[in-house]
Design a protein around this ligand. Sequence first.
Ligand SMILES: C=C(CC[C@@H](C)[C@H]1CC[C@H]2C3=CC[C@H]4[C@H](C)[C@@H](O)CC[C@]4(C)[C@H]3CC[C@]12C)C(C)C
Ligand code: SAM
Length: 405
Amino acid sequence: MAVALPKAVTGAYERLAGEFDKLSTTQKYAVGIAGGVTSLYLLAKVLKGSDRDKPTTLQLSGGSIEASKVKTEFDAYADSYGKNAGEGITDRSKTVHLVDVFYSLVTDIYEWGWGQSFHFSPKLPNKDLRASEAAHEARIAALLRLQPGQKALDCGCGVGGPMRTVAAVSGAHVTGITINQYQVDRAKTHNARQGLAPLTDVVRGDFTNMPFKENTFDGAYAIEATCHAPKLEQVYGEIYRVLKPGSYFVSYEWVSTKDFDANNAEHVKIMDEINFGNGLPEMRTWKEAEDAGKGVGFELVMSLDLATASVVAGPWEGESSTGAGAGSSPSTAWYERLRMGKYTHAINHGIVSTVDALGLAPKGLKEVHHMLVEVAKSLIQGGESGIFTPMHLLLFRKPAAANKK
Ligand SMILES: C=C(CC[C@@H](C)[C@H]1CC[C@H]2C3=CC[C@H]4[C@H](C)[C@@H](O)CC[C@]4(C)[C@H]3CC[C@]12C)C(C)C
Ligand SMILES: C[S@@+](CC[C@H](N)C(=O)[O-])C[C@H]1O[C@@H](n2cnc3c(N)ncnc32)[C@H](O)[C@@H]1O
Protein backbone atom coordinates (compact mmCIF):
# COMPACT_ATOMS: atom_id res chain seq x y z
CA MET A 1 0.00 0.00 0.00
CA ALA A 2 1.43 3.41 -0.98
CA VAL A 3 1.85 5.87 1.89
CA ALA A 4 0.95 9.49 1.09
CA LEU A 5 3.49 11.87 2.68
CA PRO A 6 2.28 15.28 3.88
CA LYS A 7 2.66 18.09 1.32
CA ALA A 8 5.07 19.98 3.58
CA VAL A 9 7.46 17.00 3.49
CA THR A 10 7.27 16.34 -0.27
CA GLY A 11 7.59 20.09 -0.93
CA ALA A 12 10.71 20.38 1.24
CA TYR A 13 12.21 17.32 -0.42
CA GLU A 14 11.61 18.74 -3.93
CA ARG A 15 13.19 22.08 -2.96
CA LEU A 16 16.26 20.29 -1.55
CA ALA A 17 16.58 18.11 -4.67
CA GLY A 18 16.36 21.27 -6.80
CA GLU A 19 19.16 22.93 -4.80
CA PHE A 20 21.30 19.76 -5.04
CA ASP A 21 20.89 19.72 -8.86
CA LYS A 22 22.35 23.23 -9.05
CA LEU A 23 25.66 22.09 -7.45
CA SER A 24 28.82 21.29 -9.45
CA THR A 25 29.95 17.64 -9.64
CA THR A 26 32.73 18.29 -7.09
CA GLN A 27 30.27 19.93 -4.71
CA LYS A 28 27.89 16.99 -5.11
CA TYR A 29 30.73 14.59 -4.17
CA ALA A 30 31.57 16.75 -1.15
CA VAL A 31 27.94 16.72 0.05
CA GLY A 32 27.79 12.95 -0.52
CA ILE A 33 30.98 12.32 1.47
CA ALA A 34 29.89 14.64 4.31
CA GLY A 35 26.51 12.88 4.48
CA GLY A 36 28.19 9.46 4.49
CA VAL A 37 30.67 10.40 7.21
CA THR A 38 27.92 11.92 9.38
CA SER A 39 25.74 8.81 9.01
CA LEU A 40 28.67 6.52 9.86
CA TYR A 41 29.51 8.66 12.90
CA LEU A 42 25.90 8.58 14.14
CA LEU A 43 25.66 4.82 13.54
CA ALA A 44 28.93 4.23 15.41
CA LYS A 45 27.68 6.39 18.28
CA VAL A 46 24.42 4.44 18.55
CA LEU A 47 26.13 1.07 18.25
CA LYS A 48 29.11 1.66 20.47
CA GLY A 49 29.19 4.75 22.62
CA SER A 50 31.70 4.87 25.44
CA ASP A 51 31.72 6.30 28.93
CA ARG A 52 28.01 6.71 28.39
CA ASP A 53 25.61 8.44 30.79
CA LYS A 54 23.11 5.72 30.05
CA PRO A 55 23.02 2.79 27.68
CA THR A 56 21.40 3.24 24.30
CA THR A 57 18.93 0.57 23.16
CA LEU A 58 21.67 -1.16 21.22
CA GLN A 59 23.96 -1.22 24.26
CA LEU A 60 21.61 -3.15 26.54
CA SER A 61 23.77 -5.94 27.89
CA GLY A 62 23.70 -8.78 30.37
CA GLY A 63 26.00 -6.88 32.75
CA SER A 64 28.70 -9.19 34.07
CA ILE A 65 27.05 -12.13 32.29
CA GLU A 66 28.30 -13.07 28.83
CA ALA A 67 25.67 -12.36 26.14
CA SER A 68 25.42 -16.04 25.19
CA LYS A 69 24.53 -17.02 28.79
CA VAL A 70 21.82 -14.43 29.52
CA LYS A 71 18.87 -16.67 28.65
CA THR A 72 20.22 -19.63 30.66
CA GLU A 73 20.95 -17.44 33.67
CA PHE A 74 17.52 -15.82 33.51
CA ASP A 75 15.84 -19.25 33.35
CA ALA A 76 17.86 -20.45 36.36
CA TYR A 77 16.92 -17.26 38.24
CA ALA A 78 13.21 -17.80 37.44
CA ASP A 79 13.40 -21.45 38.54
CA SER A 80 14.88 -20.50 41.91
CA TYR A 81 11.50 -19.16 43.09
CA GLY A 82 9.14 -21.70 44.67
CA LYS A 83 5.65 -22.28 43.30
CA ASN A 84 3.92 -22.24 46.72
CA ALA A 85 2.26 -19.07 47.97
CA GLY A 86 4.67 -16.95 50.01
CA GLU A 87 7.64 -19.25 49.33
CA GLY A 88 10.13 -16.84 47.68
CA ILE A 89 13.61 -18.20 46.86
CA THR A 90 13.56 -21.89 47.79
CA ASP A 91 17.23 -22.36 48.57
CA ARG A 92 18.10 -19.26 50.59
CA SER A 93 21.80 -20.15 50.59
CA LYS A 94 21.82 -19.19 46.89
CA THR A 95 20.29 -15.74 47.49
CA VAL A 96 23.46 -13.65 47.23
CA HIS A 97 24.47 -15.33 43.96
CA LEU A 98 20.96 -14.97 42.50
CA VAL A 99 20.88 -11.28 43.43
CA ASP A 100 24.21 -10.80 41.65
CA VAL A 101 22.71 -12.49 38.55
CA PHE A 102 19.54 -10.39 38.88
CA TYR A 103 21.54 -7.15 38.80
CA SER A 104 23.58 -8.24 35.82
CA LEU A 105 20.32 -8.81 33.99
CA VAL A 106 18.54 -5.59 34.94
CA THR A 107 21.19 -2.90 35.47
CA ASP A 108 21.33 -1.65 31.88
CA ILE A 109 17.54 -1.71 31.55
CA TYR A 110 17.18 0.23 34.82
CA GLU A 111 19.66 2.90 33.68
CA TRP A 112 18.02 3.04 30.24
CA GLY A 113 14.46 3.40 31.49
CA TRP A 114 14.83 4.92 34.99
CA GLY A 115 18.19 6.58 35.64
CA GLN A 116 21.22 6.21 37.89
CA SER A 117 19.29 5.99 41.18
CA PHE A 118 17.66 2.61 41.59
CA HIS A 119 14.97 3.57 44.07
CA PHE A 120 11.59 5.25 44.44
CA SER A 121 10.92 8.66 45.98
CA PRO A 122 7.79 10.52 47.00
CA LYS A 123 7.29 13.26 44.39
CA LEU A 124 7.42 16.58 46.20
CA PRO A 125 4.91 19.32 45.41
CA ASN A 126 6.13 21.68 42.69
CA LYS A 127 9.34 19.66 42.23
CA ASP A 128 10.10 17.41 39.29
CA LEU A 129 11.13 13.75 39.54
CA ARG A 130 14.86 14.41 39.63
CA ALA A 131 14.57 17.09 42.33
CA SER A 132 12.34 14.79 44.42
CA GLU A 133 14.80 11.92 43.95
CA ALA A 134 17.73 14.10 45.02
CA ALA A 135 15.79 15.35 48.08
CA HIS A 136 15.09 11.74 49.11
CA GLU A 137 18.83 11.05 48.89
CA ALA A 138 19.90 14.30 50.57
CA ARG A 139 17.65 13.45 53.54
CA ILE A 140 20.08 10.60 54.23
CA ALA A 141 23.05 12.95 54.57
CA ALA A 142 21.03 15.13 56.96
CA LEU A 143 19.84 12.20 59.10
CA LEU A 144 23.40 10.92 59.40
CA ARG A 145 24.65 14.45 60.17
CA LEU A 146 27.52 13.90 57.74
CA GLN A 147 30.34 16.46 57.69
CA PRO A 148 33.25 17.10 55.32
CA GLY A 149 36.13 14.84 56.26
CA GLN A 150 33.90 12.06 57.59
CA LYS A 151 33.52 8.59 56.08
CA ALA A 152 30.14 7.10 55.15
CA LEU A 153 29.14 3.68 53.87
CA ASP A 154 26.52 3.06 51.15
CA CYS A 155 25.29 -0.51 51.56
CA GLY A 156 24.07 -1.81 48.21
CA CYS A 157 25.08 1.23 46.15
CA GLY A 158 23.85 0.26 42.67
CA VAL A 159 25.49 2.44 40.03
CA GLY A 160 25.96 5.17 42.62
CA GLY A 161 23.21 7.73 42.04
CA PRO A 162 22.57 8.24 45.80
CA MET A 163 26.28 8.09 46.69
CA ARG A 164 27.00 11.02 44.40
CA THR A 165 24.22 13.10 45.95
CA VAL A 166 25.23 12.24 49.52
CA ALA A 167 28.92 13.00 48.88
CA ALA A 168 28.10 16.22 47.00
CA VAL A 169 25.68 17.65 49.60
CA SER A 170 27.67 16.63 52.69
CA GLY A 171 31.29 16.82 51.60
CA ALA A 172 31.81 13.46 53.34
CA HIS A 173 33.63 10.60 51.61
CA VAL A 174 31.27 7.76 50.61
CA THR A 175 32.33 4.15 50.04
CA GLY A 176 29.75 2.07 48.19
CA ILE A 177 29.51 -1.70 48.27
CA THR A 178 27.58 -3.79 45.75
CA ILE A 179 27.56 -7.49 44.99
CA ASN A 180 27.66 -6.85 41.26
CA GLN A 181 30.94 -6.15 39.43
CA TYR A 182 29.18 -4.55 36.46
CA GLN A 183 27.61 -2.01 38.84
CA VAL A 184 31.05 -1.28 40.37
CA ASP A 185 32.36 -0.44 36.89
CA ARG A 186 29.33 1.69 36.01
CA ALA A 187 29.41 3.53 39.34
CA LYS A 188 33.12 4.32 38.98
CA THR A 189 32.59 5.61 35.43
CA HIS A 190 29.74 7.89 36.57
CA ASN A 191 31.69 9.09 39.63
CA ALA A 192 34.65 10.08 37.46
CA ARG A 193 32.50 11.74 34.78
CA GLN A 194 30.64 13.75 37.39
CA GLY A 195 33.81 14.90 39.17
CA LEU A 196 33.07 12.92 42.32
CA ALA A 197 35.86 10.34 42.14
CA PRO A 198 37.88 12.02 44.96
CA LEU A 199 34.92 11.82 47.38
CA THR A 200 33.87 8.27 46.53
CA ASP A 201 35.03 4.69 46.31
CA VAL A 202 33.19 1.58 45.12
CA VAL A 203 33.98 -2.01 46.03
CA ARG A 204 32.53 -5.32 45.04
CA GLY A 205 31.53 -7.34 48.07
CA ASP A 206 28.78 -9.02 50.04
CA PHE A 207 27.17 -6.71 52.59
CA THR A 208 26.49 -9.68 54.85
CA ASN A 209 30.26 -10.17 55.13
CA MET A 210 31.97 -6.86 54.48
CA PRO A 211 35.67 -6.29 53.77
CA PHE A 212 35.94 -3.40 56.28
CA LYS A 213 37.42 -3.21 59.79
CA GLU A 214 35.17 -2.63 62.82
CA ASN A 215 34.49 1.01 63.83
CA THR A 216 35.46 2.37 60.40
CA PHE A 217 32.55 4.61 59.36
CA ASP A 218 30.97 7.79 60.77
CA GLY A 219 27.62 6.89 59.21
CA ALA A 220 26.01 4.22 57.06
CA TYR A 221 22.94 3.99 54.89
CA ALA A 222 21.08 1.56 52.67
CA ILE A 223 18.53 2.63 50.08
CA GLU A 224 16.13 -0.14 49.03
CA ALA A 225 18.93 -2.70 49.24
CA THR A 226 18.92 -4.68 52.50
CA CYS A 227 15.68 -6.37 51.36
CA HIS A 228 17.98 -8.59 49.26
CA ALA A 229 19.78 -10.04 52.29
CA PRO A 230 19.01 -13.69 53.06
CA LYS A 231 18.42 -12.51 56.66
CA LEU A 232 18.16 -8.87 57.74
CA GLU A 233 20.16 -9.55 60.90
CA GLN A 234 23.17 -10.55 58.76
CA VAL A 235 23.43 -7.21 56.98
CA TYR A 236 22.39 -5.10 59.98
CA GLY A 237 24.93 -6.95 62.13
CA GLU A 238 27.69 -6.17 59.66
CA ILE A 239 26.72 -2.50 59.48
CA TYR A 240 26.73 -2.34 63.28
CA ARG A 241 30.22 -3.85 63.33
CA VAL A 242 31.78 -1.38 60.86
CA LEU A 243 30.14 1.74 62.35
CA LYS A 244 31.92 3.84 64.98
CA PRO A 245 30.12 3.90 68.35
CA GLY A 246 27.59 6.75 68.54
CA SER A 247 27.11 6.80 64.72
CA TYR A 248 23.87 6.44 62.79
CA PHE A 249 22.57 3.97 60.24
CA VAL A 250 19.55 4.87 58.13
CA SER A 251 17.67 2.57 55.79
CA TYR A 252 14.80 2.96 53.34
CA GLU A 253 13.32 -0.51 53.70
CA TRP A 254 11.12 -2.58 51.38
CA VAL A 255 8.58 -4.06 53.79
CA SER A 256 4.95 -5.05 54.13
CA THR A 257 2.87 -2.54 56.10
CA LYS A 258 0.39 -3.00 58.94
CA ASP A 259 -2.33 -3.40 56.24
CA PHE A 260 -0.77 -6.58 54.85
CA ASP A 261 -2.72 -9.71 55.77
CA ALA A 262 -0.72 -12.93 55.44
CA ASN A 263 -4.03 -14.86 55.27
CA ASN A 264 -5.27 -12.86 52.28
CA ALA A 265 -4.39 -14.82 49.12
CA GLU A 266 -4.46 -11.70 46.94
CA HIS A 267 -2.02 -9.90 49.27
CA VAL A 268 0.34 -12.88 49.26
CA LYS A 269 0.18 -13.12 45.45
CA ILE A 270 1.15 -9.46 45.05
CA MET A 271 4.09 -9.93 47.42
CA ASP A 272 5.22 -13.08 45.59
CA GLU A 273 5.22 -11.17 42.32
CA ILE A 274 7.14 -8.28 43.88
CA ASN A 275 9.72 -10.71 45.29
CA PHE A 276 10.23 -12.47 41.96
CA GLY A 277 10.51 -9.34 39.81
CA ASN A 278 12.94 -7.65 42.20
CA GLY A 279 15.31 -10.38 43.34
CA LEU A 280 14.04 -10.61 46.93
CA PRO A 281 14.30 -13.83 48.94
CA GLU A 282 11.06 -12.99 50.83
CA MET A 283 9.16 -9.93 52.08
CA ARG A 284 9.63 -8.80 55.69
CA THR A 285 7.17 -6.83 57.79
CA TRP A 286 8.16 -3.36 59.04
CA LYS A 287 8.10 -4.78 62.57
CA GLU A 288 10.54 -7.56 61.65
CA ALA A 289 12.89 -4.92 60.25
CA GLU A 290 12.70 -2.83 63.43
CA ASP A 291 13.30 -5.93 65.56
CA ALA A 292 16.22 -7.09 63.42
CA GLY A 293 18.02 -3.77 64.00
CA LYS A 294 17.37 -3.80 67.72
CA GLY A 295 18.38 -7.47 67.84
CA VAL A 296 21.90 -6.74 66.60
CA GLY A 297 22.39 -3.99 69.22
CA PHE A 298 21.15 -0.79 67.57
CA GLU A 299 19.00 1.78 69.33
CA LEU A 300 15.93 2.56 67.24
CA VAL A 301 15.76 6.32 66.83
CA MET A 302 13.06 6.69 64.23
CA SER A 303 10.68 4.42 62.31
CA LEU A 304 8.37 5.96 59.75
CA ASP A 305 6.81 4.98 56.44
CA LEU A 306 7.64 7.86 54.09
CA ALA A 307 4.94 6.64 51.71
CA THR A 308 2.26 7.78 54.12
CA ALA A 309 3.91 10.26 56.45
CA SER A 310 5.75 13.53 56.12
CA VAL A 311 9.07 13.86 57.90
CA VAL A 312 9.52 16.64 60.38
CA ALA A 313 12.87 18.30 61.06
CA GLY A 314 15.29 16.53 63.39
CA PRO A 315 16.79 15.74 65.81
CA TRP A 316 14.94 12.59 66.66
CA GLU A 317 16.75 11.28 69.73
CA GLY A 318 14.43 9.15 71.80
CA GLU A 319 11.61 9.66 69.32
CA SER A 320 10.61 6.28 67.98
CA SER A 321 7.31 6.35 66.14
CA THR A 322 5.02 3.33 65.77
CA GLY A 323 5.70 2.63 62.12
CA ALA A 324 2.01 3.01 61.43
CA GLY A 325 2.67 6.31 59.66
CA ALA A 326 1.81 9.57 61.32
CA GLY A 327 -0.04 12.27 59.39
CA SER A 328 -0.55 12.28 55.67
CA SER A 329 2.01 13.33 53.10
CA PRO A 330 1.24 16.14 50.67
CA SER A 331 3.42 14.52 48.01
CA THR A 332 2.38 12.33 45.06
CA ALA A 333 2.61 8.61 45.80
CA TRP A 334 5.90 6.91 44.95
CA TYR A 335 4.28 4.41 42.55
CA GLU A 336 2.83 7.11 40.26
CA ARG A 337 6.19 7.42 38.50
CA LEU A 338 5.98 3.73 37.58
CA ARG A 339 2.88 4.32 35.47
CA MET A 340 5.09 6.47 33.19
CA GLY A 341 3.41 7.41 29.88
CA LYS A 342 0.28 5.43 29.00
CA TYR A 343 2.12 3.32 26.45
CA THR A 344 5.73 3.62 27.67
CA HIS A 345 6.05 0.05 28.97
CA ALA A 346 4.52 -1.37 25.77
CA ILE A 347 6.70 0.85 23.56
CA ASN A 348 9.83 -0.12 25.53
CA HIS A 349 8.87 -3.76 25.25
CA GLY A 350 8.41 -3.33 21.49
CA ILE A 351 11.89 -1.78 21.25
CA VAL A 352 13.55 -4.54 23.32
CA SER A 353 11.68 -7.25 21.38
CA THR A 354 12.81 -5.70 18.09
CA VAL A 355 16.51 -5.55 19.00
CA ASP A 356 16.14 -9.10 20.33
CA ALA A 357 14.57 -10.31 17.06
CA LEU A 358 17.32 -8.61 15.04
CA GLY A 359 19.96 -10.35 17.16
CA LEU A 360 21.22 -6.98 18.45
CA ALA A 361 20.55 -7.73 22.13
CA PRO A 362 21.54 -10.77 24.16
CA LYS A 363 18.95 -13.54 23.86
CA GLY A 364 16.91 -13.55 27.05
CA LEU A 365 16.83 -9.78 27.56
CA LYS A 366 13.29 -9.70 26.15
CA GLU A 367 12.19 -12.08 28.94
CA VAL A 368 13.97 -9.94 31.53
CA HIS A 369 12.15 -6.88 30.23
CA HIS A 370 8.84 -8.74 30.31
CA MET A 371 9.48 -9.57 33.98
CA LEU A 372 9.96 -5.84 34.67
CA VAL A 373 6.79 -4.85 32.79
CA GLU A 374 4.88 -7.33 34.99
CA VAL A 375 6.52 -6.30 38.25
CA ALA A 376 5.70 -2.65 37.58
CA LYS A 377 2.01 -3.69 37.76
CA SER A 378 2.51 -5.63 41.00
CA LEU A 379 4.39 -2.74 42.62
CA ILE A 380 1.56 -0.36 41.71
CA GLN A 381 -0.94 -2.84 43.20
CA GLY A 382 1.16 -3.12 46.35
CA GLY A 383 1.33 0.67 46.63
CA GLU A 384 -2.32 1.35 45.85
CA SER A 385 -3.57 -1.27 48.28
CA GLY A 386 -1.23 0.14 50.93
CA ILE A 387 0.13 -3.31 51.84
CA PHE A 388 3.67 -2.56 50.66
CA THR A 389 6.14 0.30 50.95
CA PRO A 390 9.64 0.68 49.48
CA MET A 391 10.45 3.54 51.86
CA HIS A 392 9.98 2.63 55.47
CA LEU A 393 12.58 4.85 57.10
CA LEU A 394 14.49 3.25 59.95
CA LEU A 395 17.05 5.36 61.76
CA PHE A 396 19.30 3.40 64.11
CA ARG A 397 22.20 4.41 66.31
CA LYS A 398 25.12 2.33 67.51
CA PRO A 399 25.25 3.11 71.25
CA ALA A 400 28.07 5.49 72.18
CA ALA A 401 29.14 3.01 74.83
CA ALA A 402 29.30 0.08 72.39
CA ASN A 403 32.60 -1.86 72.38
CA LYS A 404 33.34 -0.74 75.98
CA LYS A 405 33.64 -3.71 78.27
C1 LIG B 1 14.82 -1.28 44.80
C2 LIG B 1 14.64 -2.04 43.76
C3 LIG B 1 14.44 -1.44 42.38
C4 LIG B 1 13.39 -0.37 42.37
C5 LIG B 1 13.18 0.30 41.01
C6 LIG B 1 14.39 1.16 40.67
C7 LIG B 1 12.83 -0.72 39.91
C8 LIG B 1 11.60 -1.57 40.28
C9 LIG B 1 10.88 -1.92 38.96
C10 LIG B 1 11.77 -1.36 37.88
C11 LIG B 1 11.21 -1.07 36.52
C12 LIG B 1 9.99 -1.50 36.13
C13 LIG B 1 9.47 -1.32 34.77
C14 LIG B 1 10.62 -1.09 33.75
C15 LIG B 1 10.10 -0.79 32.33
C16 LIG B 1 9.17 -1.89 31.85
C17 LIG B 1 11.31 -0.64 31.40
O1 LIG B 1 10.88 -0.40 30.07
C18 LIG B 1 12.22 0.48 31.83
C19 LIG B 1 12.72 0.23 33.25
C20 LIG B 1 11.55 0.03 34.25
C21 LIG B 1 10.80 1.34 34.44
C22 LIG B 1 12.20 -0.49 35.59
C23 LIG B 1 13.10 0.59 36.20
C24 LIG B 1 13.58 0.28 37.60
C25 LIG B 1 12.40 -0.11 38.53
C26 LIG B 1 11.42 1.03 38.69
C27 LIG B 1 14.51 -3.53 43.95
C28 LIG B 1 15.11 -4.37 42.90
C29 LIG B 1 14.82 -4.00 45.33
C1 SAM C 1 17.73 -1.66 44.20
S1 SAM C 1 19.42 -1.51 44.21
C2 SAM C 1 19.60 0.03 45.06
C3 SAM C 1 20.87 0.68 44.70
C4 SAM C 1 21.12 2.05 45.35
N1 SAM C 1 20.95 2.00 46.77
C5 SAM C 1 20.22 3.07 44.73
O1 SAM C 1 19.27 3.47 45.41
O2 SAM C 1 20.47 3.46 43.58
C6 SAM C 1 19.98 -2.69 45.44
C7 SAM C 1 21.47 -2.79 45.55
O3 SAM C 1 21.79 -3.70 46.60
C8 SAM C 1 22.91 -4.47 46.18
N2 SAM C 1 22.98 -5.74 46.92
C9 SAM C 1 22.02 -6.67 47.05
N3 SAM C 1 22.49 -7.71 47.77
C10 SAM C 1 23.77 -7.42 48.11
C11 SAM C 1 24.77 -8.08 48.87
N4 SAM C 1 24.58 -9.28 49.42
N5 SAM C 1 25.95 -7.46 49.03
C12 SAM C 1 26.19 -6.24 48.47
N6 SAM C 1 25.27 -5.57 47.74
C13 SAM C 1 24.08 -6.16 47.56
C14 SAM C 1 22.69 -4.67 44.71
O4 SAM C 1 23.86 -5.08 44.07
C15 SAM C 1 22.20 -3.28 44.32
O5 SAM C 1 23.31 -2.48 44.08
